[in-house]
Write a protein that binds this ligand. Structure first.
Ligand code: UDP
Ligand code: MG
Length: 153
């Protein structure tokens, strides 16, 4: 099983839709194995969005991500990294398909509700950035036989 990192951005926190977004992951059958509210520092954001540091809008993204605390989540499942990216939708909320989180809740590129890791390598680095080992839990998901076929596990 894989684990991926999701951040409920200030756009989710301020709009009061944290619960709705968390419910979507739960209803999909994805296991929540870590979750906490944090305030993102400049240093963390410079690491987390290092691929955007040279962009003219980097300062704006940083301000947006620091506008309120965020919720960081560790989510577990088979191929969960790809599954969560699909559930999230493309970056621009105006372009994202209906039925996805960004497609249903966002009209913006920047204020797009969630962050989700985009590869195994990033997931590992991002989980390490936001969680210590004892904040990610290994517990059995009793519905597992109803979520996956035996040969998928
Ligand atoms: N972003 C933005 N303007 C852009 C590109 C990105 O405001 O032109 C923000 C947006 O919030 C996005 C985040 O920076 O979610 C990270 O960008 P990335 O290209 O990694 O998109 P994502 O992986 O979040 O879809
Ligand atoms: Mg990205």
């Amino acid at each position: 099983m894989e684990v991926t990192l999701v951040i409920l951005k200030p756009s989710a926190v301020q709009r009061g839709i944290m619960g709705e977004i968390i419910s979507r992951f739960e209803r999909k059958g994805i296991q929540i194995v870590g979750m906490k509210m944090v305030k993102l520092t400049d240093e963390t954001l410079e690491e987390h969005y290092s691929h955007l540091i040279g962009k003219p809008f980097f300062g704006r993204i940083k301000d947006s991500m620091q506008a309120s605390p965020v919720v960081v989540m560790a989510l577990k499942g088979i191929d969960v990294i790809n599954a969560v990216r699909k559930l999230s939708g493309v970056t621009n909320g105006r372009e994202a398909q209906s039925g996805t989180i960004r497609g249903d809740y966002s009209m913006s590129v920047q204020e797009n509700i969630v962050h989700a890791s985009d590869s195994q390598e990033t997931a590992e680095a991002e989980l390490g950035r936001f969680f210590s080992e004892n904040e990610i839990f290994n517990y059995s998901q009793h519905l597992l036989p109803y979520l996956y076929a035996g040969d998928e596990l």
